[in-house]
Write a protein that binds this ligand. Structure first.
Ligand code: ATR
Length: 396
């Protein structure tokens, strides 16, 4: 038996933030990031709409990018004190992901973070609160997914939490919120979205329900991401939808090792974080090449290439075209192709090589590895990570 789960309501289109007025309940806690939503006036609007709906509102502000276990615990504590029956998370992936994990600890104070890292093992939620997610970036699609990524800074490891219990009840996909994204954020989140769609399409759990969403998302991102990066607001709005479609696909088909690698390299080095979407963009061409040694995956990549109008008369040609397409998008978005060149070289080569065996082992153990179309060992993962560090061709 397979399962396909989405939020019950997805409000979309410019001005759909208005939908907050239709929530019914007594108390809402609004979880928000570091200040962008306040600065651009969206937080005040959201609070006003919730009050108009007759809800008492409390704020939990300051969720950092790549939220920590500690922030999650603080938020859950704030929720226990306030007792909301709605959790409303507004912002990029970070505050929404953090709020999803807070929700679990709010409803079940006795569970442990470790127990949540086991995929699809969450306790039942919604005995205390329902969840509304409002995305302000166009990439993670966490507003519609069963995923949350939380970082354990003591271990330097990002953990994807996955369970249909944390798929939001209501998603609001209002492109007005994405209009204020700076170009770099637009580029990184856009490449996160195309990675979601491509990984979902070749995932071992792909199905008739997820395929159309994934293919259409790849087509839309390919068509709109560069214009969106350059500031075209119509393209920006289409990207906001495209990333949501990709999210609907991957939330149900799951992902693959591009994400395993991005999770485990993201917070591992002292030079700084490797921003998630940028990591995906850099690793995707190498992973397509690696996975294409699997015949079924190669044919699936050919189907994607053909669907978006690239030369794809054979599987090999389709794979080559798709890799070239991703590299071209990266170039247009000023995204490097190697970890070595990331942010002017902040990821030190010596440290990268020292940590390689551990990072490779953790990446193989990441929750996203199980649905990758080609299996991988820690030794081969090391080679793949090296290919990503130096942008080397993959032939193994
Ligand atoms: P992601 O979706 O990639 O997970 P994030 O980690 O939530 O994004 O946010 C990354 C950065 O983008 C943050 O600095 C965030 O600012 P705040 O923490 O102050 O909210 C910023 N950001 C998110 N949405 C934005 C928007 N629409 N306009 C400008 N900045 C935004």
């Amino acid at each position: 038996m397979a399962r396909f789960t989405l939020p019950r309501d997805i409000y979309h289109g410019k001005g759909s933030l208005d939908a907050l007025k239709s929530l019914t309940g007594k108390k809402a806690i609004v979880v928000v990031g570091g200040g962008s939503m306040k600065r651009f006036g969206f937080l005040d609007k959201a609070v006003a709409y919730l009050k108009e709906a007759g809800l008492e509102v409390s704020l939990f502000e300051g969720v950092e990018a790549d939220p920590s276990v500690e922030t999650v615990m603080k938020g859950a504590e704030a929720m226990r004190k306030f007792g909301p029956d709605w959790i409303v998370a507004i912002g990029g992936g970070s505050p929404i992901d953090a709020a999803k994990a807070m929700w679990a600890f709010y409803e079940h104070p006795d569970i442990t973070f470790d127990s949540l890292t086991v995929p699809f093992s969450f306790p039942t939620l919604r005995t205390k609160a329902r969840f509304c997610a409002i995305s302000s970036t166009s990439g993670t699609a966490t507003e519609v997914t069963a995923f949350s990524v939380i970082t354990d800074y003591h271990k330097g490891v990002k953990y994807p939490l996955a369970d249909f219990n944390i798929t939001p009840d209501v998603a609001i996909v209002d492109p007005a919120l994405a209009e204020t994204m700076p170009p770099k954020l637009t580029a990184h989140t856009g490449m996160d979205a195309i990675t979601h769609a491509i990984e979902a399409y070749v995932s071992t759990l792909n199905c008739d329900y997820t395929d159309p969403l994934a293919l259409h998302a790849v087509k839309m991102v390919s068509r709109y991401v560069v214009d969106s990066y350059k500031g075209d607001l119509e393209a920006r709005a289409r990207m906001h939808n495209a990333q949501c479609l990709a999210g609907m696909a991957f939330s149900n088909a799951l992902l693959g090792i591009v994400h395993s690698m991005a999770h485990k390299t993201g917070a591992a080095y002292s030079g700084g974080h490797i921003v998630h979407g940028c990591a995906n963009a850099m690793y995707l061409p190498k992973v397509i090449r690696y996975n294409s040694k699997d015949k079924i995956a190669a044919e699936r990549y050919r189907e994607i290439a053909s669907f978006i109008g690239l030369p794809a008369s054979t599987a090999a040609e389709g794979v080559d075209s798709l890799i070239a397409h991703i590299r071209k998008l990266n170039k247009s978005l000023d995204i490097p192709n190697s970890i070595k060149d990331y942010e002017g070289g902040i990821i030190n080569e010596k440290e990268f090589l020292e940590k390689l065996p551990k990072v490779a082992e953790l990446a193989v153990g990441d929750a996203c590895t199980g649905s990758n179309p080609r299996s991988i060992t820690p030794a081969v993962m090391e080679k793949l990570l090296l290919a990503c560090y130096y942008d080397k061709e993959v032939d193994f």
